[in-house]
Write a protein that binds this ligand. Structure first.
Ligand code: KG4
Ligand code: ZN
Length: 350
């Protein structure tokens, strides 16, 4: 089964072709990602209108390249998948409408994929992880612990009550005069810094439920920075290191609670899986490793290019859904908001 996947929910214009064998992992035949980061950098964040226009300009070319690299045509593929949300609605409309047009002219099934579902299923593309498993989704827009029980069956175990984890990194970077996106820069600075110089809070620590909060941490960091302004290079590095240490401590504590809840509700998970751009952070990966080890499960983190937004994850989720006959009509609506638990599958998971 060969599926074309299109991703336009944020600031990456992406298309890919993925093959799904009857069982086991998938095979990426092509995976083209065009980042708009330069278009948005001057604004310190993604500007929705600029993103939508950039998707319109680039998408045809990106799809043509993905098809050519994969050696496929619209006649040879088995389906067309697009991220139908959640995301910036202008961009979602561009990708989904394009997918509908291709599906219509080539008489192939359309699969309207939930972007979060695609992140959730990516470890099955790379590692053939069996259900159920525990997902930690950590990106610029999302911070969620999810029980992935079957295709279309996802249950939220914990989420952030305010900022997303990547957003916290980005806001910290902005406050300290580092560039956008901030996560990689904060991580780089932290390597030179002292993680115990500043006393920062660990929001939600010790709570039995598995939710996150990052806005108090951000405020505490700002107050510390204001106290010692103007900041030297070492001050910036120490603030980054102290911030990252607090985030990592929070993740360890909150995921411990999340894994406990998972076990109580669904039994032992087959893996702890991390996805989203923040999963690229090395300090975070260390604690995830520790957590997997202490809970007697394996840690699966897709390679960085599949952790951040890409077309292959959409194509793969499309193929997983198509295998169950889960296709969508050509009038399916794009959705700015689309919680993972509102996805549908077939039957009930064990
Ligand atoms: O998944 P992603 O590419 O896009 C979405 O948000 O959907 O994630 C981007 C986020 C940004 O907030 C960025 O600062 C963060 O991931 N990020 C990192 C690192 N690399 C990217 N955060 C911490 N450490 C990193 N190395
Ligand atoms: Zn994403």
């Amino acid at each position: 089964m060969v599926v074309l996947g299109i991703e336009t929910t944020c600031d990456e214009t992406a298309a890919a072709v993925v093959e799904r064998l009857d069982d086991g992992p998938g095979k990426i035949l092509s995976n083209i990602v065009l980042s708009q980061v330069n278009e948005h950098a001057a604004f310190g964040g993604v500007v929705p209108e600029i993103a939508a226009r950039a998707h319109v300009e680039a998408l045809d070319r990106i799809i043509a390249k993905a098809m050519a690299d994969a050696g496929q045509t619209f006649e040879t593929i088995d389906g067309v998948a697009a991220a139908a949300g959640p995301g910036l609605i202008g961009g979602v409309i561009v990708g989904l409408t394009t997918a509908k047009a291709i599906a219509l002219v080539s008489a192939k099934p359309l699969i309207a994929v939930n972007h979060l579902e695609a992140h959730a299923l990516t470890p099955r593309l790379t590692n053939a992880v069996p259900f159920p498993y525990c997902l930690f989704l950590a990106s610029g827009g999302h911070t969620q612990i999810v029980a992935v029980r079957a295709v279309g069956h996802y249950e939220l175990i914990g989420t952030t009550v305010d900022d997303a984890i990547g957003e916290a990194f980005d806001k910290t970077a902005k406050l300290l005069g580092l560039g956008f996106p901030g996560g990689p820069q904060v991580e780089q600075e932290a390597l030179q810094g002292n993680p115990v110089r500043f006393v920062l809070p660990r929001p939600m620590h010790g709570r039995p439920e598995a939710d996150f909060s990052f806005s108090g941490l951000k405020t505490a960091l700002r107050l510390e920075a204001e106290k010692i302004a103007p900041l030297s290079d070492q001050d910036v590095a120490d603030l980054c290191a102290s911030f990252q240490q607090a985030v990592v401590d929070v993740v360890l504590d909150r995921l411990r609670a999340g894994m406990r809840l998972f076990r109580e509700r669904y039994g032992a998970p087959n893996a702890l899986v991390a996805a989203g751009g923040v999963a690229a952070n090395q300090a975070l990966r260390k604690v995830l490793n520790r957590l997997a080890f202490e809970s007697g499960t394996v840690l699966v983190i897709p390679p960085p290019a599949l952790c951040t937004d890409n077309g292959a994850m959409i194509a793969w989720a499309g193929a997983e859904r198509l295998a169950f006959g889960l296709t969508d009509p050509l009038d399916v609506a794009p959705r700015a908001r689309w919680p993972l638990e509102e996805c549908t599958g077939v039957g009930k998971p064990a």
